[in-house]
Design a protein around this ligand. Structure first.
Ligand SMILES: [Zn+2]
Length: 411
């Protein structure tokens, strides 16, 4: 077999105890061994960490990069939704494409290689955002696998015309369907309808859910109930779930067990949740971030994700999932190496499980998707915000980011 490339002296994430060589041919990983004898082009990694690309389960490419046209004063969720609702009436397909492209290119340069983007569909935006992201998905397939989740940000049953547009998007190739029950006048009816559409088109589901700190009620219970009733375990995720941060230990344990039993995954969005939650406090502001590391222990599939970038929901962001995991670890008071490694897993293997990606991972037979990080292990990657230096997507170099150089004075 003719090899296209051999990566020498790599530490594979999760198996960092010894370095190996990785052989690539025809876009796939064909061998992993301590030493691979081959006369092929090679790259020396000098015992740096090789990662199968980061996995982003929750980002809004379509409404990223709009700070120049939005004016926020209170910094609340309600204000963010209404400000963007007003702005998106003027979105064109070209405008969405141009902004989403800038955001996607940043994510690629940060080492993200699989991504689920949530795209708004309703009578204000119509299918313009969806059409732009479909084109982006095709144009950037060389660098990233993009999955499109269409969803009604401003409600479904309360927003005439939205249902028909969601159906049209599902018919036109949406990869999955989302929901946002907290913006609907009938949250349970909303959940019902999303499950009905998902079953009709055989799509997985990803809800925005339980996005406040009032623990007196949760839609999570209804989502778990319907997941079990529809035999949809392993195909449903919920994002935010900030109410979980307000639960005392016994209730959190019961909810974790319910999520694990139902097969409902949780995506935590620390940048947005830290920015928007607790705005009614003028001191002692709660963090408002669901404790993903505690849910993991009870068998819940959890991911950490970006959500919004440079818009009223989150006016910050660089599309780095390493930074998001670092932010989560800091806010969740995580410092032990094993827990930092778990944070790394929540931007790699865990979101791959959430998205049911069965060809993810550095293994023989899998696509040669590899990102080299400037560090030795997973815990260090998160603790020190390790930079991605090189990306290889299906065997082809997709980006390089040379390590910075210090220019010492001559002695
Ligand atoms: Zn979101």
């Amino acid at each position: 077999m003719t090899l296209d490339l051999v990566l020498r002296n790599a530490r594979i994430a999760g198996r960092e105890d010894h370095a190996v060589d990785i052989a690539i041919a025809d876009g796939h990983i064909v061998d992993i061994a301590e030493t691979i004898a081959a006369d092929a082009p090679e790259q020396r990694l000098d015992a740096r960490l090789a990662v199968p690309g980061f996995v982003e389960t929750h980002i809004h490419l379509d409404k990223s990069g709009i700070l120049d046209r939005c004016c926020s004063e209170q910094g609340t969720l309600k204000e963010a939704i209404s400000t963007v609702a007003a702005a998106k009436r003027d979105f064109t397909t070209e405008d969405v494409y141009a902004r989403a492209r800038r955001t996607l290119e940043k994510a690629i340069l940060q080492g993200t290689m699989r991504m689920r983007t949530h795209v708004e569909v309703d009578p204000r935006i119509g299918l313009r955002g969806f059409e732009a992201i479909i084109k982006l998905k095709r144009d950037y397939a060389w660098a990233i696998d993009l999955e499109i989740c269409v969803f009604p940000q401003e409600g479904l049953l309360n927003d005439p015309g939205t249902d028909e547009l969601l159906v049209a998007a599902c018919e036109a190739g949406a990869d999955l369907i989302g929901g946002c029950p907290y913006t609907d006048t009938d949250p349970h009816g909303h959940i019902d309808r999303v499950f009905a559409l998902a079953r009709r088109f055989d799509l997985d589901i990803d809800f925005h859910l339980d996005f406040d700190l009032d623990a007196s009620w949760m839609d999570c219970d209804e989502v778990c109930r319907q997941t079990i009733a529809h035999r949809y375990g392993g195909r449903v995720a919920v994002g935010h779930a900030t109410k979980l941060s307000a639960l005392p230990p016994a209730r959190l344990l019961a909810t974790a067990r319910r999520l694990a039993d139902a097969g409902v995954a949780v995506t935590v969005l620390p940048a947005t949740d830290l920015f928007l939650m607790g705005r009614d406090h003028d001191h002692d502001v709660p963090r408002g971030i669901a404790p993903a590391h505690r849910l993991l222990v009870h068998g819940v599939t959890c991911s950490l994700a970006t959500n919004n970038v440079l818009n009223p929901f989150t006016p910050l962001g660089d599309c780095s999932l390493v930074r998001i995991a670092n932010l989560y670890a800091n806010a969740a008071q995580i410092g032990r190496a094993s827990e930092l490694a778990a944070c790394f897993d929540m931007v790699t293997t865990m979101p791959a499980k959430l998205m049911n990606l069965d060809d993810y991972g550095i293994a023989v037979g899998h696509p040669a998707d590899i990102v080299v990080l400037d560090c030795r292990d997973r815990a260090a990657a998160i603790a020190e915000l390790a930079q991605p230096l090189v990306g290889i997507k299906r065997g082809r170099l997709s980006f390089t980011r040379p390590a910075p150089t210090l220019h010492l004075p001559k002695s």
